[in-house]
Each structure stands twice: as structure tokens, then as C-alpha cells.
Design a protein around this ligand. Structure first.
Ligand SMILES: C[S@@+](CC[C@H](N)C(=O)[O-])C[C@H]1O[C@@H](n2cnc3c(N)ncnc32)[C@H](O)[C@@H]1O
Length: 209
């Protein structure tokens, strides 16, 4: 994989810092569309997995204005950039941004009202296992929200073939999301599609597995 492009998978060093800045801008339209689909309450406790440059943490802090927004990312550069962008919230304890992998989520069971994943599930090593980890840290009835620019369209050609190959992305159909989320203890699954290929998926953690 081209070195600079590999910063989309795991940002590192100066190239990573530049990529994180560019993702904060380049992903804005998709993120804003996704966030419009979400009900966020002022006191919510939220986790953004694969938080990248931290822009979605900033956006959600505005809506959860008495709550907390945490971030998790396995790249040191992402954690540093997210902390720097949300410095005030980190200092006042409204944001807690940690280094770690989605496969071993560092938070305790039943911590969050909402867990979000923007443009990151393509890289998760074992989707079903990692989604179970999301469910573990959600409160009963808490919401898991995935927002992706690239998925497998139900009909027609894949417009993102170059990126899928270049970055070795794992992509899913709407049906795959529905099946995996159902199998891992989620219910009330709602899937919305934006234009040719944007997708967001929301699902509630079942009260009992
Ligand atoms: C394409 S970027 C998206 C960043 C941000 N969510 C956005 O929408 O701009 C993917 C992010 O997911 C993170 N990531 C990938 N695999 C991960 C894993 N297994 N655990 C935690 N973070 C991961 C990467 O380090 C990167 O910051």
C-alpha cells in the first residue's frame, strides 16, 4: 500500500498528521449527514471509535453539552490530534480520548448511551467480535451508529473499487450489516443510504443477549 494512503488505515508521523487534518475536512459532508440522522441528548455519554482527527468528537460535544464524548483509536497520531482539537473538553473532563483497539475496548461494561464509528469499520480486524465489544460497553438499549462512504451497493457497479483494492478495505452490504448486528445482540436496526454509496446504520443493544 502506498505509504501516504496507509495513513487512512493507521495515521503515523507527519503524513498521518496531514491525513488527519484532511479527513477532518474531507469527511465533513458525510459526517454531517450521518449526525443529522442521530438523536443526541444533552447529557449523553458517547464513544467515537476510530476517532481519527477528532472532528466528530467536537461536533458531538456541542450536542451533548452536559454529557461526555470519549474517543478510541489505535493510532497515537489520531489520539494526539483528537486531544489537541478538543483540548478544552479534555481539560474539563468532558472528553476522554484513549489509545487502544476496538477489539479490546478499554471501557467498562454498560458505559455509553451511544457508540459511533465513522469511516472506520473497513479496518476492524474481526467485525462480529468487535461489534460484540461495542455491545458490551453500551448501556442496555444504547445505540450503535455506523457511518460509511463505501459499502457494497445492492445493485450496479462499485464506484470505489480503486480504494477498496489500494487500502484492502472490508466492505459490507446493507444485508451484511443487518445480519451481523442481529447475530451480535442488536435490535431495531435502521439503515439509511445517501446518494450512490453513503450508508449509515443504527442499532440498539438488546437489553438481554
Ligand atoms: C479513515 S479514518 C476515519 C477517521 C474519522 N472517524 C473520520 O471519519 O474522519 C479511520 C480511523 O480508524 C482508526 N482505526 C482503524 N482500525 C482501528 C482499530 N482496530 N481500533 C481502533 N481504531 C482503528 C484509524 O487509526 C483511523 O484513525
Amino acid at each position: 500500500m502506498n505509504n501516504f494512503l496507509s495513513n487512512l488505515r493507521k495515521p503515523e508521523g507527519l503524513g498521518g498528521w496531514l491525513m488527519l487534518t484532511s479527513m477532518n475536512i474531507g469527511h465533513s459532508a458525510l459526517s454531517k449527514w450521518g449526525l443529522k440522522q442521530l438523536e443526541i441528548k444533552p447529557g449523553d455519554s458517547i464513544l467515537d471509535i476510530g476517532c481519527g482527527g477528532g472532528k466528530n468528537i467536537s461536533r458531538m460535544l456541542k450536542r451533548a453539552y452536559t454529557g461526555t464524548v470519549c474517543g478510541l483509536d489505535y493510532a497515537k497520531a489520531s489520539v494526539e490530534k483528537s486531544k489537541s482539537l478538543n483540548r478544552k473538553a479534555v481539560l474539563t473532563g468532558r472528553a476522554d480520548i484513549r489509545l487502544g483497539t476496538v477489539s479490546r475496548n478499554p471501557w467498562q461494561d454498560g458505559t455509553f448511551d451511544l457508540v459511533t464509528a465513522f469511516e472506520t469499520v473497513y479496518f476492524w480486524p474481526d467485525f462480529a467480535h468487535d461489534v460484540r465489544e461495542v455491545r458490551r460497553v453500551l448501556k442496555p438499549d444504547g445505540l450503535f451508529f455506523i457511518c460509511n462512504e463505501i459499502n457494497i451497493p445492492e445493485k450496479g457497479k462499485q464506484p470505489y473499487q480503486f480504494w477498496i483494492r489500494a487500502l484492502d478495505l472490508k466492505t459490507y452490504t446493507a444485508r451484511d450489516f443487518h445480519r451481523i448486528l442481529t447475530d451480535t445482540g442488536f435490535t431495531g436496526i435502521v439503515i439509511q443510504v445517501k446518494g450512490k454509496n453513503g450508508i449509515c446504520v443504527s442499532a440498539r443493544a438488546q437489553k438481554e443477549a
